[in-house]
Design a protein. Structure first.
Ligand code: PLP
Lengths: 449, 78
């Protein structure tokens, strides 16, 4: 006689009120595949945990965003925000789609050049640009967005040394009605500081201001903030052109569009609170048309990061153990933790099973493998009883995790890309000891043996 | 122990007359409760589970202990 299928024992106290615990989940969230490839197969072949990106989804998101803007304002280009995700394969997909590069450090600048992006197709932002990197960026014709008065001096020194006029842009900050205001970057419009910077650049006589840049924040849920930002930038452009001899060729309104992720503390689903790309595009382009003088339309740049990549990335993790906590919730220990999920600070992720499970759901906590109390991926979720090896898929995780992840306690895992044709590529190998110790040196007298 | 007084129906709904609380149990849980009420040891319960179901006696042993932990937290056993 063959044995019956085993379900781990579950008992749940039925609380009065509206608790759903104790009943089979009305609708289990299940994801069996990514980009058409079975998640079971991915884990069997490549191990667990795994970051998985979907090429098709990245391209579709980019095309959709580009279309939303270009149909309203044709003279537009996107600069891929490297910090959001600078894995080569990810950057390359965006570059193939037509995006230039937006970098904020000499390291990111080197990455873009290494990938084959020309200097003229790099936007160089950030509050600290080491002198050597500025020199390289000037020589290679990058778009340099000045953040401080010191940087004006640095660039003047470079212009004099190279005996050439250097085109530059300045970063602006302003009140867009959104708090916190990102006022520590660039020059403030309302206080007159930004116009001072323009005058300062003009007085120096060796730099030529040709662009204006701003970035008002990240995960911005209010398209109107972009309307205010763009209006103020175009109005500022108008007064620069009246008050100085400079002609502004482009405005760069930065990034910050939200992805369909759920911020902690916001209880409505992202489908309701997150604006569409068309809402953002409408706000920005209508602000240009309404404020422009004459009929010369500057080029528009966008530095959209998370909106383009967050939803194309998944983290697959496996259950390694579970136990009953003293408060009667079940804790699952999984093989990926907050070391890999920097964005857990502010997101409540979508967590899916890879197959339907029968049985009663229980209030559960998902803990990562770190020996730290803060390693909590999800502290309140109803899950059917899972056993070792069962998988969970966490999303959206495509933005800011594979750049801000920590090498802490554990190695960082493989990153895969499911290609448009359904093939699978490893785009970053899992780490081993050599990756971590390569830069270390052990003084002779401390050697053991 | 309150566990003995638990009235469990076939669908796994259980009523505790001493407190008025209700519980939901799955098939495996019902089986374990029945064996516990009969006074069987954890090890022998695990053995029986592994004979009837597709599970090793080692895994079942852990599950029985974990289950008892939950019963304690609910005050059903001490
Ligand atoms: C200057 C600049 N541009 C672009 C971005 C990308 O932002 P997001 O990923 O929110 O679109 C950032 C991120 O903070 C930034 O600082």
């Amino acid at each position: 006689m063959s044995k019956k299928e085993y379900e781990k024992p579950v008992i749940i106290r039925v609380e009065s009120g509206f608790s759903k615990a104790g009943v089979p989940l009305p609708k289990q969230r299940v994801r069996k595949s990514i980009g058409g490839v079975s998640i079971n197969e991915l884990v069997n072949k490549y191990g667990s945990p795994l970051f998985v990106f979907e090429e098709k989804s990245i391209r579709e998101r980019y095309k959709r965003a580009y279309e939303a803007f270009s149909t309203r304002y044709p003279n537009v280009e996107f600069g891929w925000s490297y910090k959001t995700n600078y894995l080569k394969a990810i950057c390359a997909v965006f570059h193939q789609e037509g995006a230039i590069a937006e970098v904020v450090s000499e390291f990111e600048y080197q990455k873009a050049r290494e990938l084959g992006i020309e200097g003229k197709d790099i936007i160089y932002n950030g509050p600290y640009k080491p002198y050597d990197s500025l020199m390289r960026a000037v020589k290679e014709g990058a778009k340099i967005h000045i953040d401080t008065f010191e940087e004006i001096n640095d660039l003047e020194r470079i212009a004099k040394e190279l005996k050439k006029e250097v085109p530059v842009a300045i970063r602006l900050n302003m009140d867009t009605g959104v708090y916190p205001q990102w006022s520590r970057f660039g020059f403030n419009i309302e206080s007159g500081q930004a116009m001072d910077a323009v005058k300062r650049i003009e007085a120096g006589g060796v730099l030529r201001l040709n662009g204006l840049h701003a970035h008002i924040g990240t995960f911005m849920l209010d398209p109107h903030a972009y309307y205010v930002e763009t209006s103020k930038m175009v109005q500022f452009m108008n007064s620069v052109e009246t008050k100085s001899g400079f002609s502004i060729e482009y405005i760069d309104v930065g990034g910050g569009f939200a992805s369909k992720n759920r911020l902690k503390g916001i209880y409505q689903p992202p489908e309701i609170v997150v604006p569409s790309i068309d809402d953002y595009a409408e706000a920005i382009t209508s602000a240009i048309y309404e404020n422009i003088h004459g009929n010369r339309y500057p080029k528009l740049y966008l530095e959209t990061g998370r909106h383009l990549i967050d939803e194309a990335g998944y983290l697959v993790t496996s259950v390694v153990a579970s136990k009953t906590l003293p408060d009667s919730r079940r804790s699952y220990i999984v093989d990926a933790g907050v070391n890999l999920l920097y964005t857990y600070f502010w997101y409540k992720f979508n967590i899916e099973l890879t197959e339907e499970k029968s049985g009663i759901s229980e209030p559960s906590v998902i803990n990562g493998p770190l020996c730290m109390n803060i390693d909590v991926i999800e502290d309140s979720i109803l899950l059917p009883r899972l056993k070792r090896g069962d998988m969970l898929v966490i999303s959206p995780v495509g933005a800011y995790n594979v750049t801000q992840w920590m090498q802490f306690i554990r190695y960082r895992p493989r990153v895969l890309m499911v290609m448009e044709d359904g093939s699978v590529e490893i785009i970053r190998e899992s780490e081993d000891l050599s990756d971590i110790e390569r830069r270390e040196k052990l003084p002779k007298k401390l050697e053991i043996r | 122990m309150r566990l003995e007084n638990l009235a469990i129906n076939k669908n796994g709904f259980a009523f505790d007359p001493t407190t008025g609380e209700t519980f939901t149990l799955n098939e495996t849980a019902i089986k374990i409760v029945e064996l516990m009420v009969k006074g069987e040891s954890e090890k022998s319960i695990a053995q029986k589970l592994s004979e009837e179901f597709e599970v090793s006696s080692q895994e079942a042993f852990n599950d029985v202990l974990d289950f008892k932990e939950r019963l304690k937290l609910y005050g059903l056993i001490s």
